[in-house]
Every structure is written in structure tokens, then in C-alpha cells.
Design a protein around this ligand. Structure first.
Ligand code: F6P
Length: 541
């Protein structure tokens, strides 16, 4: 193990024993010393057992691992995705400064701007009704068919930005399970429904199958010639889109240097643009661009994504925490954890280094979460008193959109702050006992019950606070997490931009289709798979 990491572990052994209550009592400036601000966005990491010595060691480790050089390489369009020989340039998609970004000697910005313009015209046409269905009726419903990065980004953001949604209704179909598309189209009128087929590769079995079902829905109701009016596509594979029969004027392209899980800023964001309009979509890009500049320019110790990455690495590799929870106190962010799961786990769930060797330290954590306050009434018990330490990232806006329900927002804020305070402070045995005695319990019963009411405390959390969940603030938050994943990936020493781990299951599913359809025997498969196939086939009707 690297010498710096070793000494960091030793420092951590001392620091993680730090009693956070004592740390706060001993340093009235702890909040100021361990929080950062960018615009109206605050990142408070004072409630994790970290000190200046640990931070200093982390910053040195980042320098040794070349995080800043790799950051520069990414923004400059170098092919840092070495296993696919690709640049990683989702930042160019929101490069609002419009400075040249070169890939293979060509500035990509004119193409980026052309697609954005085309998306703007198309989405405004749909919103105004000037682009309409085969029978001349305006579209009331838009169904995005895509999966993974071609679904999670637009689905999550459409929900998050509901207060800005003034376009047609949006629906998202992703699962190969026929129930998903069947339930979605059940209530829709084909005359007023537009389908977006979103797939970077235009080969993904789920998306192609659902697109076929949607095509049938339109063709059976309105005739084959209506299909062109009711479909558009988003893809990098323009040839394959043409084969599906979608007119080139309704195809919005992007490029191989945009990873699926980083594609919300590209034409994959079309459904979001249709929902909230091109002006709000522009503000969403602006927020991400602001973080890009901050990430590139701010000194490490004042740099939110950089510090978030350093802390994440510290918690995963040095402290060995296997998972982290993201808990937005915002009901509209209820798909944020799902979005982050792909962003983080598909990027950093790797076991091989960039140099093609087995990793020697843990890599990306398990990411999960639900909005508060719902999570409080489900899994928070384990977060407070379970045997695993799970770092939490809380998010809360100072203002909800429902100004007439301010009291409810106050309750939301109080709950968010109460959770991080409770996790940090805990409750000692003496405090628990005193509380019970105060309530009139006899001493013997109090002795028995009090241990159940002890909270160890010292449980780490970061809290983000921002003004309100606007398109700009959401763009900023997503970009912040993207760059955090980047920083952690460099520290882990892996390639965060490929996803070979999803391939094997896909290959085997293709081979198993004729088996579960009964046209091929299960011979050659393991006895468990054979047994499962036999059971499914015997029960099928
Ligand atoms: O799950 C693997 C994956 O390749 C993701 O990375 C991607 O976002 C998703 O499938 C969908 O791929 P496509 O946009 O090519 O249909």
C-alpha cells in the first residue's frame, strides 16, 4: 500500500476515535472550519470525524495521484476512457462559455450548439402545438422509451422540476417487463401521444422491444403512415435510427464521448426540455457549467466536488464504510438516489485499475437512499442504532415551492436538521436513564430499558443547503456529484467511464431467450438454471 495512504490510516485511527460532541464543544468555529460555500449552495461536513490533519493528508494524496492533471485531461478532451478509446466530455454539452473543445483536432462546440438549437425548435413546436400528430391534434402526452442513462436522467429531473413543468405530460418507460409499457399506454390517446426512442447505441433490447410495442400501438390505431408523426429519436447511432423508420428531421444526435450516465445534458434531455421549456433547460445547463468552472478553478480546499470526493474516498478506503445514503429532504428528488446509483456505481464499481491490475483497496461504495421524511419511518432505525456506520448526505432547500405551505416546509427543515444532529450527538446511557427516571420509571426497570434507548452518536453526515430547487440548482447538484465520482475514481486508480460489468448478464439473457421460450433445451446450463427453466415452463400458460 502506498506510504501516504498508510500514514493516512494511522492518522484516521486517532481521528476516527474523535468524539464529535467534544470536537464541537472544543471548537466553536467547527462549522465555519469544515463547511464550504459556492453561490447559495452550502456543504457542511463538520459532522464527520475529520480534522485539519486528515484533510491535509487527503490533499497530499490527491496531488500524488494526479487528480488535478487528470481533471485537466478530461476537460481538454483527452481520451481518458482508455478501454473504449474515448474522450469524456459531458462538460462540453453545458459549456455555456462556448470556448472551443477539441476532439481529434475538431472543435465539438458547433455540433453541440446545433443539436441544442434543433432540440429547442422541436420542443417549442411540441409545446405550442405547431408540431402535432397525424390527425392534427396537439400532443398532450410524451412517452420517453429508454433505459439506464437514457431514462434515469430525464425521469429524475422531470420529477424534480415539477413546479416548472408547463409542457405536455411526460411518461417514462424503461423496463423490458411488458407491464411497464402496457400500464403507461393504457390511459393514453394515440392521436395525442408522441414517443421518444432514446438509446445511445440504438441496440438495447429493452428499448428496442418497447419501441416496437409503441409502434404497434400507433400503427394499429392510426395506420402505418401515422408512425412518422408520432415518433422521434435520440441516439448516437443515426444509421440504426433510420433503419427503424424515424425521419432524420426528428432525430437528435449525440456523440461517443458522452457516457450514458452523463447524458442528461445532451439530446437525452429532450423530454425534460419539452416539459420545462428551452429557457429553463438552459438554466439547468448553466448550473452545471457553474460547477464545472468552480471544479476547474477553485483551490482544492475550497472546491466542493473535490472535497466531496476526498471525503468519500476517506470514508470508503480509509474508514472502510461499504455504503453511503443520499437523503434529499425533497419529495421531488425521490429518484435522485436511483440516478446516483447509476452515476456512481456504474462508474466506480470496478475491480481492475487503469493499469489493468487487480485493485488493492476498496472502490465505489453502495449508494442508496430515499427522500426524508419517508426514510425516517423506514430504515433510519438502522442508521441510528444498527451495527454498520453508514455516512449520509442530506439535502434541504431553504424554500419550498409551496409558499402557502411554509409550515410544512418548516417541519421538513426541522426534521432534516434533527436527524444529522441526532446521528452526531447520540444519547448516552446516563442520559437515557435520566430521561426514564424523569418520566417516573422505577430504577430497576430504567436500568433494563435504558440500553435500548442509547444512541452511540458520532455517526457521520454531510448536509447540503440551497435556496430552492430551481433548474439551475439541480444542474449544479448533479454536476457536483459527477465530479465527485470523477475525483474518487482517480483516487481509486480506476477507469470510471466504461461499464463492462453489465455485459455478461446481457449475453447470457440472449442465450436464454430460446430456452425460456421452449424452442431450445436447457442442456449445458448449470442445474440451478435448468431447474428454474423447468419450473417456469411447467407453470407457464
Ligand atoms: O446498463 C448499461 C448501459 O449501457 C448504460 O450505461 C446505458 O445508460 C444503458 O445501458 C442504456 O444504453 P443505451 O442508451 O445505448 O440504450
Amino acid at each position: 500500500m502506498n506510504a501516504l495512504l498508510n500514514s493516512l490510516k494511522k492518522t484516521a485511527d486517532r481521528t476516527s476515535a474523535t468524539d464529535l460532541r467534544a470536537a464541537f464543544a472544543g471548537d466553536p468555529e467547527r462549522f465555519r472550519n469544515f463547511s464550504l460555500r459556492f453561490e447559495d449552495l452550502l456543504m457542511d461536513f463538520s459532522k464527520i470525524a475529520i480534522n485539519a490533519e486528515v484533510l491535509d493528508a487527503l490533499v497530499r494524496l490527491a496531488a500524488e495521484k494526479g487528480v488535478e492533471e487528470k481533471r485537466a485531461a478530461m476537460f481538454a478532451g483527452e481520451k481518458i476512457n482508455i478501454t473504449e478509446d474515448r474522450a469524456v466530455l459531458h462538460t462540453a454539452l453545458r459549456n455555456r462559455a462556448n470556448t472551443p473543445v477539441m476532439v481529434d483536432g475538431k472543435d465539438v462546440m458547433p455540433d453541440v450548439n446545433d443539436v441544442l438549437d434543433a432540440m429547442g425548435k422541436f420542443s417549442e413546436g411540441i409545446r405550442s402545438g405547431s408540431i402535432n400528430g397525424a390527425t392534427g391534434k396537439a400532443f398532450t402526452d410524451v412517452v420517453n422509451i429508454g433505459i439506464g442513462g437514457s431514462d434515469l436522467g430525464p425521469a429524475m429531473t422531470t420529477l424534480a422540476l415539477a413546479p416548472y413543468h408547463d409542457g405536455p405530460r411526460l411518461h417514462y418507460v424503461s423496463n423490458i417487463d411488458g407491464a411497464h409499457i402496457a400500464d403507461t399506454i393504457a390511459g393514453l390517446n394515440p392521436e395525442t401521444t408522441l414517443f421518444i426512442v432514446a438509446s445511445k447505441t440504438f441496440t438495447t433490447i429493452e428499448t428496442m422491444t418497447n419501441a416496437g410495442t409503441a409502434r404497434k400501438f400507433i400503427a394499429e390505431a392510426l395506420g402505418e403512415e401515422a408512425v412518422g408523426h408520432h415518433f422521434c429519436a435520440v441516439s448516437t447511432a443515426l444509421g440504426k435510427v433510420a433503419d427503424f423508420g424515424i425521419d432524420s428531421s426528428r432525430v437528435f444526435g449525440f456523440w461517443d464521448w458522452v457516457g450514458g450516465r452523463y447524458s442528461i445534458w445532451s439530446a437525452i434531455g429532450l423530454p425534460l426540455m419539452i416539459a420545462i421549456g428551452s429557457k429553463n433547460f438552459g438554466a439547468f445547463l448553466d448550473g452545471a457549467h457553474a460547477i464545472d468552472k468552480h471544479f476547474q478553478e477553485a483551490p482544492v480546499t475550497e472546491n466542493l466536488p473535490f472535497m466531496l470526493g476526498l471525503i468519500g474516498y476517506y470514508q470508503r478506503v480509509v474508514l472502510g464504510y461499504p455504503s453511503r445514503a443520499v437523503i434529499p429532504y425533497d419529495q421531488r428528488m425521490s429518484r435522485f438516489a436511483a440516478y446516483l446509483q447509476q452515476l456512481d456505481m456504474e462508474s466506480n464499481g470496478k475491480s481492475v485499475t487503469i493499469g489493468s491490475e487487480e485493485v488493492t483497496t476498496p472502490t465505489g461504495p453502495i449508494v442508496w437512499g430515499e427522500p426524508g421524511t419517508n426514510g425516517q419511518h423506514a430504515f433510519f432505525q438502522l442508521l441510528h442504532q444498527g451495527t454498520n456506520i453508514i455516512p449520509i448526505e442530506f439535502m434541504i432547500a431553504a424554500n419550498g415551492h409551496e409558499t402557502d405551505l411554509r409550515h410544512q416546509h418548516q417541519l421538513l427543515m426541522a426534521n432534516c436538521l434533527a436527524q444529522s444532529e441526532a446521528l452526531m450527538k447520540g444519547r448516552t446511557l446516563e442520559e437515557a436513564k435520566a430521561q426514564l427516571l424523569d418520566k417516573g420509571m422505577d430504577a430497576e426497570t430504567a436500568d433494563k430499558i435504558a440500553p435500548h434507548r442509547v444512541f452511540s452518536g458520532n455517526r457521520p453526515s454531510i448536509t447540503f443547503v440551497y435556496d430552492a430547487l430551481t433548474p439551475y440548482a439541480l444542474g449544479r447538484m448533479i454536476a457536483l456529484y459527477e465530479h465527485r465520482v470523477f475525483v474518487e475514481g482517480v483516487l481509486f486508480g480506476i477507469n470510471s467511464f466504461d461499464q463492462w460489468g453489465v455485459e455478461l448478464g446481457k449475453e447470457l439473457a440472449t442465450g436464454l431467450l430460446p430456452v425460456v421460450s421452449g424452442s431450445e433445451s436447457a442442456e449445458g446450463h448449470d442445474s440451478s438454471t435448468k431447474g428454474l427453466v423447468a419450473t417456469l415452463l411447467a407453470a407457464a400458460h
